[in-house]
Design a protein around this ligand. Structure first.
Ligand SMILES: [Cu+2]
Length: 191
């Protein structure tokens, strides 16, 4: 949603740096050291391109720069990965609740039985937690992992992460703890 704005800012800063460097390398003593940045830009326009097209040139540069610097559309809505599930246990807190998630076997692959182990600290849930699996900014259909207690504050259940037709590999496991909160682990899987 905010990509066009950030592209514009990127393009503007790139244009300013480019203009500044071009001016600096070309001034060769003829341009005074203390001139304002506005003066530098005018100098850049006069030397590099005819004055008349300067504003238009800058506008076009911004548009082209924005296009070149734009991340692929796929990356725009991507959530930030906050768990390296291939490496071991991930832990997150929400208020008094501390939630650890371990997925095995590792590395974590799609289309195979996975064991999800959740360990809670600081909160005794009203009932057993569960996990909702999904993909950021995508509707993948319900995929819930039922968890059963295997020890004090520790729960386990099995589930399968499917292969997304889009080719994206970023999934989340939203651990829902009844009456205590929820924590979302975002991680990459292997297809
Ligand atoms: Cu998907």
């Amino acid at each position: 949603m905010y990509a066009p704005l950030s592209n514009l800012i990127d393009a503007l800063s790139l244009g300013v740096i480019w203009g500044f460097e071009t001016t600096s390398s070309e001034k060769g003593g003829s341009v005074k050291q203390m001139e304002s940045s506005k003066g530098k830009r005018r100098h850049f326009c006069k030397t590099v391109i005819p004055v008349r097209g300067c504003s238009f040139f800058i506008l076009v540069a911004i548009l082209i720069g924005g296009g070149w610097l734009a991340p692929p559309p796929a990356a725009a809505g991507e959530a930030i990965i906050n768990c390296d599930a291939h490496n071991g246990i991930c832990t997150q807190s929400s208020g008094d609740l501390s939630v650890s998630l371990e997925i095995s076997p590792r590395p974590v692959k799609a289309m195979q039985d996975l064991v999800f182990r959740v360990t809670l600290k600081g909160t005794v849930p009203a009932s057993h937690p569960h996990i909702d699996l999904g993909m950021p900014a995508m509707k993948m259909g319900p995929n819930q992992v039922v968890l059963k207690p295997i020890g004090p504050g520790t729960y386990e259940g099995t589930g399968v992460i499917v292969r997304c037709k889009s080719g994206k590999r970023t999934w989340f496991a939203n651990v829902v703890v009844p009456d205590a909160g929820e924590v979302k682990f975002i991680f990459d899987v292997i297809y």
